[in-house]
Design a protein around this ligand. Structure first.
Ligand SMILES: NC(=O)N[C@H]1NC(=O)NC1=O
Length: 177
């Protein structure tokens, strides 16, 4: 899909296509549509990210809370969004054994208890060994910097989802940890 096609979309089509660029936050796509035309993928994604950056803290935490836990209940029940299912599967989180899954669920619970929002990480840039390691490390970070880190991960996820939709090479991403 090229940027001309994106710019020609009506509101309904745009929200259908880009509504889950930020997990379960179609409102952001709805707001971004008003800002077309976009010059390219980077311009388009900058509008998504600027909207997030301009939110008050409660809104930013709300975005994080829209994310399902990694290897959590939604994965077990098969209720993940298609994008999240693919990302968690690519990181190997759909084939954890019971011990590893329970360890991750314990760490997720500790993280949520400490920060008040779920642990968010761009799973496609990680793997099943790195996820619990990174979770355990971030558990000890300060709340302010952790909020920034988590929103940075939401942006990485959004960047990759947008690149998929536009059939672009995801430029400038970190290689897998
Ligand atoms: N909790 C969390 O990070 N979830 C997200 N990460 C990712 O790559 N896809 C998700 O749904």
């Amino acid at each position: 899909m090229d940027i001309e096609k994106v710019n020609s979309m009506d509101f309904g089509e745009f929200v259908d296509v880009f509504g889950n660029v930020i997990e379960k936050c179609p409102l952001i796509a709805a707001a971004v549509w008003s800002q077309r035309p976009f010059s390219d993928l980077e311009d388009l994604e900058n509008h998504f990210f600027a909207f997030m950056d301009a939110l008050p803290r409660s809104g930013q935490e709300g975005i994080l809370r829209c994310h399902p836990d990694l290897a959590g209940r939604d994965l077990q029940r098969g209720t993940l969004t298609a994008e999240s299912q693919r990302e968690q599967s690519q990181a190997g989180l759909t084939s954890l054994d019971a011990d590893d899954r329970q360890r991750l669920q314990r760490l997720n619970a500790q993280y949520r208890q400490r920060f008040g929002f779920p642990f968010v990480l761009a799973a496609r840039l990680s793997d099943r060994a790195a996820v619990p390691r990174e979770l355990a490390r971030r558990l000890h970070c300060q709340p302010e910097s952790e909020l920034r880190t988590a929103l940075g991960e939401v942006k990485k996820i959004g960047h990759l989802r947008l690149a998929d939709l536009l059939g672009a090479d995801p430029a400038g991403m970190e290689s897998p940890r």
